[in-house]
Design a protein around this ligand. Sequence first.
Ligand code: AMP
Ligand code: ZN
Length: 474
Amino acid sequence: MELHLYDTRARQKRKFLPLEEGKVGMYHCGPTVYQRPHIGNYRAFLFADLLRRVFEVLGYEVKQIMNLTDVGHLLADAEEGEDKLEAQARKDNVDPWQIVEQVSELFFADLSALGIQLAHAYPRATEYIDEMVEMIEVLVEKGHAYKVGSNVYFDVHSFDKYGELSGNNIAELEAGARLEINDEKRHPADFALWKTDEKHLMKWDTVFGDNGFPGWHIECSAMSRQFLGDHFDIHTGGEDNVFPHHECEIAQSECAHGGKFVNYWMHTKFLQVDGGKMSKSLANVYSLDDLGDRGFCALDFRFLMMRGHYRSSLNFTFKGLQGAAEARKNLCSFIKRLQSVAGDTSSTAIEFDPLNTARQDFIAALCDDLNTSAAIAAVFTLRSEFMKGDFTADQAAATLDFMLNTVQKVFGDLDYIQCTDDEISDSDVDDLIAQRTQARADKEWAKADEVRDQLTAAGIVVEDTADGIKWHRA
Ligand code: AMP
Ligand code: ZN
């Protein structure tokens, strides 16, 4: 099936054509490791993970790189001002490198809790300073960049495609009041490739002079080139990365090597909270632990993100998270029921209508620019069919195979039990079994099914034996 992806630069969905048959290289702008990433950042990283998983389900060999920004990202994504890492280091009165270590550790623990597959590399900007310097020197040689003392700037007028990604135009940018006044620059819209500041804590002595540090944009141009080459398939980030970050990356990379940089640019819309921006002053910047404190696990959050389309704004609420947790739980109990109906049957080659339809709709939805909500709907339709009854052990085994090896491959592990440490008590199990027996006696089949689902979701296996009903924990 053909895969279509929305390309920000083309402003439309485009058929995906890899640079190399069967392979895809992608680079994602990762976290600035000055504070533990919040759930908004994880929306962007879960999207990157989803993209990789979809490619893998479609049979592609993926090379996935995500950077860690540990220097050069200035407050408010601005051209002037304090470095985010250094501001944090000064505030906490610690070494910036210590913050990098602590935050990276939290980041990797969060990735694991979210069931995000590790990328093939997580390069840190500070480890690629030589590659950045080399690229800046090429830009100076080719006349796209200029030195003023020990600072180096990119000349935006030297690249006629500047603005193509974001839709900005240089004249308007220069007329805009938001650009910082900097007398050194030839044009107000020029941006820094290398800066010098004696007071900077993380600094390097290079051909440009002493006490320098890189601009944020050159980092991703240099690191992506290092791992994926001059020209690669996909680059992603959150919508705020479109301008200036990615616009500037395109200018640097295309001018440095004289050809195309990236074939598809993909951007995740922001996760909002309470209908607005997450902000410290509103105390609505949530971490995964904050969700845990309210009784939700990281996989509930993951499923919530998958229920919405990555290009639609999403408003985070605890009510929405509750809904996602319940939906995920329903899918878990569906898997458990399939396991119990399939028993020892492992034949998966069998085909039948509800499963064929689900498979087709699931993949078609994902191939339509990763329409995850439609893909999830296809799975719930299959579940409803199954709940009507009459599935054979073979059919259950084939459906189980689809759930475990396709659905979970895309959406990650759905296992509800893994997330909860509240074990149901023996007397609650006995109560539920009594309710189920009563519902059966009253021929209330839907109610009986519902109770059985509750039991399977809680990890309870119920067996009807000659000696009456027996149960044990799975
Ligand atoms: P940062 O740590 O600020 O460099 O951001 C890391 C990634 O998270 C970038 O790709 C951002 O675009 C993305 N991001 C930041 N805030 C949000 C949000 N509220 N929703 C979605 N993505 C976000
Ligand atoms: Zn970046």
